[in-house]
Design a protein around this ligand. Structure first.
Ligand SMILES: Nc1ncnc2c1ncn2[C@@H]1O[C@H](COP(=O)(O)OP(=O)(O)OP(=O)(O)O)[C@@H](O)[C@H]1O
Ligand SMILES: [Mg+2]
Length: 451
């Protein structure tokens, strides 16, 4: 099923072509005017547009140019009347896939439409492949936690089962969702993401299920919701626990029945959508607090995946750091940089409250800010501290004091290690009293036996 926009002022053409394309299983929207078509495209995505060359308010070539500029992924076929073939040919040079000449033969229309859709799909796929050199897709790590998740991803990908991903912010929940999608049978169909937390409550239903024209103030035209856009594909409900209760009720119903109505509409729409959800909240607690429906939770949570915080899989940190280093050196064109073992060690000991996202940001900053090829422990320390100080100035976690303490803790651990766990010797190295060092070790929970 594709979404196709037909722009022609001849009512008969609209009727005939619409019914041919609908019979082929496509959803067809139509308009007799160029301005109206552009207005429609501003709010709705289509895969293909068929444009008449002569429109009452628009020159079809201008319209082609505008649509190509605004929505380059939309395929376009021009429709030409008698005597406008030259223009039609010119239009293919401007990016139109094909042109159809009136009177149109049914078979020719179907073939051209199918070819255009196939080409658009391949182009999209290619684009993704190209971007894929360093997309955010590769899941790095060999810790027990990540290995287990990779196993579940493989199992889940071959089914249509709903997956519920939990984990702290920045641990890689979206990465997991996309990995499942990419390995699934639905990988050639859309992956549609809804960030439930970012959408105001009063708009979430319309966002998910779409609305009919005039269903509420501001609903100027029909709009397809994410469920409909994700048909045959995968819908990723991010921050699902933050959805309004009425939207949750509607999501629950649409999952049970695999169908729904658009806001303000009567037509029942059937969809085939695989749902993957994620949250960084404690779902059980959200249920207790009455903000998340328990029945919805059980519907969504068929395959649970818990992504552990980075501090619980420190052994992945060196690999992640090397990966981001290679990637950002490449992206910023600064030549291959490396980090010393001490630098890596310091990264491995950082608590990473912002998880992988924070590590990624720190490495990117190091790549940009350190002018040498080798990044040292001192560089790492400067930038970790910088990070914490910056957050503190924005009123976020890790005030400067915390960063200093973390550095101090790390420094003491290193001194102890170098001194073969001998506290007296370490205190000499550090230039402080032995008792003072004991006090600090207690404060930071450092046990020489664990080193
Ligand atoms: N194991 C990993 N390997 C490589 N990159 C990773 C890994 N885990 C996370 N990342 C990267 O870290 C960043 C954050 O990951 P992601 O957006 O998936 O986190 P999230 O759990 O969805 O966070 P939030 O709850 O804040 O939305 C992304 O750029 C992602 O590509
Ligand atoms: Mg996320």
């Amino acid at each position: 099923m594709a979404r196709i926009l037909l722009v022609d002022d001849e009512v008969n053409i609209i009727k005939t072509i619409s019914s041919i394309l609908q019979d082929e299983g496509h959803v067809v929207f139509s308009s007799g005017r160029g301005g109206e078509a552009l207005e429609f495209l501003r709010k709705n995505e289509v895969d293909l547009a068929l444009l008449d060359i002569w429109l009452p308010d628009y020159n079809g070539i201008d319209l082609l140019e505008q649509i190509k500029g605004l929505y380059p992924e939309t395929a376009i076929i021009m429709i030409s009347g008698h005597g406008s073939i030259d223009i039609a040919v010119r239009s293919t040079k401007m990016g139109a896939f094909d042109f159809l000449q009136k009177p149109m033969e049914m078979e020719r229309v179907i073939t051209s439409v199918n070819n255009a859709l196939e080409q658009a799909r391949l182009r999209k796929e290619n684009l993704n492949l190209k971007r894929g050199v360093y997309t955010d897709d590769e899941m790095i790590g060999t810790s027990a936690g990540i290995s287990e998740i990779k196993g579940i991803i493989d199992t889940a990908a071959s089914t249509n089962a709903r997956v519920f991903i939990t984990g702290e912010s920045g641990t890689g929940k979206e990465l997991v969702a996309r990995a499942i999608y990419r390995r699934s049978k639905r990988s050639d169909r859309p992956f549609v993401k809804v960030n439930c937390a970012a959408i105001p409550n009063e708009l979430i239903e319309s966002e998910l299920f779409g609305h009919e024209k005039g269903s509420f103030t501001g609903a100027l035209s029909r709009r397809l919701g994410k469920f409909e856009l994700a048909n045959k594909g995968t819908l990723f409900l991010d921050e699902v626990c933050t959805m309004s209760l009425s939207a949750q009720a509607k999501v629950l119903r649409s999952l049970q029945e695999q169908q729904f109505e658009r806001v303000g509409g009567n037509e029942t729409i059937s969809v085939d959508v695989r749902v993957i959800s994620a949250t960084n909240l404690d779902a059980k607690k959200a249920i207790e607090d009455g903000v998340f429906r328990e029945d919805l939770y059980y519907r969504l949570n068929v395959i649970p995946i818990v992504v552990p915080p980075l501090s619980e899989r420190k052994e992945d940190i060196p690999q992640l750091a090397e990966y981001f280093l290679r990637r950002f050196s490449n992206e910023h064109g600064v030549g291959e940089k490396e980090i010393t073992d001490d630098g890596i060690g310091m990264l491995a000991e950082h608590p990473w409250p912002g998880n992988v996202r924070e590590l990624k940001n720190v490495i990117e900053r190091l790549v940009i800010m350190v002018p040498r090829d080798t990044i040292t422990a001192q560089d790492v320390q400067n930038h970790l501290e910088h990070d914490a100080a910056e957050k503190a100035s924005r009123g976020e976690v890790s005030p400067l004091k915390k960063a200093r303490e973390e550095f101090e803790r790390q420094y003491i651990i290193e001194a102890l290690q170098q001194a073969g766990k001998n506290v007296s010797e370490a205190s000499k190295k550090l230039g402080i009293e032995r008792t003072n060092l004991y006090r600090k070790m207690k404060q930071y929970g450092i046990n020489p036996e664990d080193l």
